[in-house]
Design a protein around this ligand. Sequence first.
Ligand code: NIG
Ligand code: FE
Length: 411
Amino acid sequence: MKLLLTNIKELLQVRDAAPKMVSGIEMNILPTLKNAWILLEDDKISNFGKMEDLKPLAVDETIDCSGKIVLPSWCDSHTHLVYAGNREQEFVDRINGLAYQEIAEKGGGILNSAKKLQETSEVDLYKQSAARLEEVMQLGTGAIEIKSGYGLTTEAEIKMLRVAKRLGENYPITVKTTFLGAHAIPSEYKGNKEGYLDLICSEMLPKIASEELAEYVDIFCEEGYFSVADTDRLLSEAKKYNLEPKIHVNQFTALGGIAVGVKHKALSVDHLEVLTNDDIEALKGSETMPVALPSCSYFLSIPYTPGRALIDAGLPLALATDYNPGSTPSGNMNFVVATACIKMKLTPEEAINAATINAAYAMGLSDSHGTITKEKKANLVITKKIPSYSYLPYAFGSNLIDQVILNGQKI
Ligand code: NIG
Ligand code: FE
């Protein structure tokens, strides 16, 4: 199948030799081609160029993109898309004055979702999650990371990861899975965190590794959840099973977890709403991607990750949704990009780099996703007719997507 897109007003993120990531001032450079074409062959990008250089080609279909912008599909490197039910009552409780942490202390929060998930069959969990996945694909996401962490028993954690893997097999979107057993201390282990960590290390990790259900390991390193020492222990243990770390850290408190993540060569450290100079220093010279989740800050009214400070320190930055029922019930990467510009003062170029190439890096996909490069996945977003790419974050509430193409297929 050969699909040709012609008369593209501007083709974004065009790179002949794609870098693994972009950092610091390079993040402000977004290479583009004006008045361009791109040829997709099956599930790969075959070629692209300027309209004036387009030679006659025999193709199966041509899409005229006059007035429209084309960019690589979004990469969402941090989600909890597989969950059961919703938590809109906690949302109302927060409007009425309760804090997110207070709700968690009363048995709401993650434990509330875990109870619902344990009671939900695998078939039903798949159905609920597939509906969300279909929605985010329509919103332009072409690769997604999905975590466990609402199971909190061996059986339920495995159920979540099986559902996530099956979604990746059945839909034309790349799915990467992460084991987040250490998301909260389940009620049966209240006051016995060590017991739960023992269960994770002796039972969950080996089972998940032997069934090849996850590539990454995660932990919620936070006061009231898991400590820096717990993080160090889990990441050491997970290394034996070749699970690479991607960790929740510095959401509410800076405990020193970032340095431990870097020590264990974490692929990413995510949240970072509260960040110290030592944290920034720890990231310098590392291969660890800092990931900001601005929709979570928006929804919980907590600080935004100081993305400007990270970029101005010469570091890279990726953006992701954190799609989950408690802190971010939205998987909309367009909103994430807009919010990064509006609230974190990223330029449109920085935000688009953060949501494509750097986000691809944060899930080990920079060789196949995140840029317009020959042989990479035929994953594109075609916008409606818009004046410029800065219009995307500017008109933040509008749906500006005309067509999404994933694996060379129209979605
Ligand atoms: O990334 N912070 C920890 N975990 C999720 C939210 C969990 C929940 O409230 O269900 C997050 O924000
Ligand atoms: Fe999260």
